[in-house]
Write a protein that binds this ligand. Structure first.
Ligand code: ADP
Length: 202
């Protein structure tokens, strides 16, 4: 079984690419969604101990906006949050890897912070989705109720496009239409079915 990490800056189109693979029957592990679940569940108490009970709202749920306001303006605090959440996400992924994948030759792992978190070490290859920054800001503004400043603050916590190109094994440029993106995903789907795990090639 081959595990392909899919990453890219916020708004690059990672989730879109992963859902295209998913529609083709490829198993997908959504690390960011798992991280969200963990921070709202098993890690909530630890997060509140670290960041104060203020981050829990009246209905006893995590106030994500408040937490984002704290961590996206303070790299040290973001680091603390990551050390609480990331190891639990890795553990969940390691368990997921042992499920029955049926006839699938490869599986996909979506993670916004693939390299920053160290998750790349748990996959065989990384596919980066690369999109011009201006286009990403436009797409996120249309997707989320968020300001350009908030978008830029999140972008600052991710590695640069140059580093992404250097570190990843494959890239998809997503500056064009959704149809173009679909064709590229179809191409990579065929390619990934033919890959051998890098360890077996050594
Ligand atoms: P990410 O997961 O990397 O943050 P998304 O997949 O959510 O990015 O894409 C950001 C937004 O841009 C979404 O609303 C998505 O539907 C849209 N989008 C993605 N690719 C394209 C494209 N090629 N053309 C137009 N809109 C796109």
């Amino acid at each position: 079984m081959i595990f392909i990490g899919v990453t890219g800056g916020i708004g690059s189109g990672k989730s879109t690419v992963c859902s295209m693979f998913g529609k083709k029957g490829t198993p997908v592990f959504y690390a960011d969604a798992v991280a969200k679940e963990i921070s709202e569940g098993e890690a909530l108490q630890e997060i509140a101990d670290e960041f104060g009970t203020d981050i829990i709202d009246a209905s006893k749920k995590l106030d994500r906006k408040k937490l984002a306001g704290i961590v996206f303006n303070d790299p040290g605090k973001l680091e603390i949050l990551n050390t609480i959440v990331h190891p639990r996400v890795f553990h969940s992924f390691q368990e997921w890897k042992h499920r029955d994948f049926g006839n699938s030759k490869f599986a996909i792992v979506e993670a916004a912070l693939m390299f920053e978190s160290g998750m790349f070490e748990l996959v065989d290859y990384v596919l980066a989705i690369v999109t011009e920054e201006d286009e990403r800001v436009i797409r996120i503004s249309e997707r989320d109720n968020t300001t350009v400043e908030q978008i830029k603050a999140r972008m600052k916590n991710q590695i640069s496009m140059e580093e992404l190109l250097e570190l990843s094994d494959f890239q998809i440029q997503n500056n064009g239409s959704v149809d173009e993106l679909t064709s590229k995903v179809n191409f990579f789907s065929i390619l990934f079915s033919t890959l051998q795990p890098p360890k077996e090639l050594e």
